[in-house]
Write a protein that binds this ligand. Structure first.
Ligand code: DAH
Length: 350
């Protein structure tokens, strides 16, 4: 018996030594402690032994089984560690490899210009507000001092949706009305509203049936045309460069009195005259003026107490001038080459 046990131990040790892969270990386990394993076999003929012998064989075979189990477990861990280490060493990261480039989207040029304008106005305390694109006649025209049948409507060939009351807004000026009506003369207003507008224009290089306007409104006490001039001047310098000079020309809008056309000195030729400014040295940027007393009154602001100025300009026109784009349709087609040269990460240096 003792001989047998000694032999099993020796064989086990040398078998364990020669194990290389987990599969060998499975076989070894079966060979020694499996159902018909050599250690298990030791207890097979117990019934033929005396009580004393049974006790001692039982103890010996149990100890042997425990030893074998722990040897097998240790070997298993050893093999698993070796596998892991080999895997890790094969996975060394080469930090000198060039990184995979992640494509970053670019903003639409128009969006970029609008964001820039918003930044400038917000820095001057203006809110950016929104209004509906499907508008009622009363907001788009009537409360802006343009009654039904008035000739001033002719300048805006409008898309009517239902009868003559619901339309696609032809200008962002109705947002002035909506904002004043909201506050009903209770507080001063400083807002801009960038948004889509619609006119039944023929589509050509400078016109589109849909375009973006940026509307502005300031209402407060003792506001004069000087405030409008000062504001326009500051904004023009921020958007078109510090050497930009501004001027007003008399104009006519039904909802402002007096009304002006605002010009900036041509940034391409600095006033000398070129094709961009059609040899005038000036570029027209927006319509503007002092809010008409009728409009203030219509919207709950007493013109004896409140005064204000308003302005409206085309965002596409502004972007076309700023970035030398000569076809308005550039903004609406889906040619990625048009936008990929613009990148928000470049900040304001575009
Ligand atoms: N709504 C005018 C247009 O679409 C532009 C405009 C002119 C807006 C003068 C104004 C303004 O607020 O004061 O032609």
């Amino acid at each position: 018996m003792e001989e047998n046990i000694k032999k099993i131990k020796e064989d086990l040790m040398s078998d364990i030594e020669s194990v290389k892969v987990l599969q060998d270990l499975v076989e070894l386990k079966a060979k020694y402690i499996g159902k018909t394993g050599r250690i298990t076999e030791l207890t097979k003929n117990m019934k033929d032994l005396s009580v004393e012998e049974r006790k001692s064989v039982g103890m010996i075979s149990n100890t042997l089984k425990q030893e074998a189990t722990s040897l097998i477990e240790n070997k298993e861990k050893e093999i698993e560690n070796a596998i892991l280490n080999e895997k890790l060493s094969g996975e060394i990261i080469d930090i000198t490899l060039p990184a995979t480039s992640i494509p970053v989207g670019s903003p639409n040029i128009l969006e970029k210009v609008i964001e820039e304008v918003e930044e400038v106005f917000m820095s001057m305390g203006y809110d950016v507000v929104d209004g509906p694109e499907v508008e009622e006649d009363k907001y788009n025209f009537e409360l802006l001092n343009i009654p039904k049948g008035h000739a001033a409507r002719d300048a805006q060939d409008t898309f009517y949706i239902e009868g003559d009351e619901i339309l696609l807004r032809s200008q962002t000026s109705p947002v002035q009305v909506r904002t004043m009506l909201k506050y009903q003369g209770s507080e001063p207003i400083r807002m801009i509203c960038p948004g889509k507008t619609y006119r039944r224009d023929d589509d050509d290089a400078t016109h589109s049936h849909q375009f973006m306007q940026i509307e502005g409104l300031l209402v407060d006490k003792d506001i004069s045309l000087c405030d409008l001039k000062g504001t326009f001047d500051t904004i023009a310098k921020k958007l078109f460069g510090a050497d930009c000079v501004t001027r007003f020309r008399p104009s006519y809008y039904q909802f402002t009195e007096p009304s002006v056309e605002t010009d900036i000195s041509c940034f391409a030729c600095h006033g000398k005259g070129c094709s961009l400014c059609k040899n005038t040295g000036w570029i027209t940027i927006s319509g503007a003026g002092m809010v008409h007393p009728n409009v203030l009154r219509n919207c709950g602001y007493d013109p004896e107490v409140w005064s204000g100025f308003a302005f409206g300009f085309g965002a596409e026109r502004c972007a076309m001038l700023k970035y030398g784009i000569n076809d308005i349709r550039t903004f609406y087609n889906t040619d990625l080459r048009e936008v990929s040269s613009f990148d928000r990460r470049d900040g304001d240096n575009q």
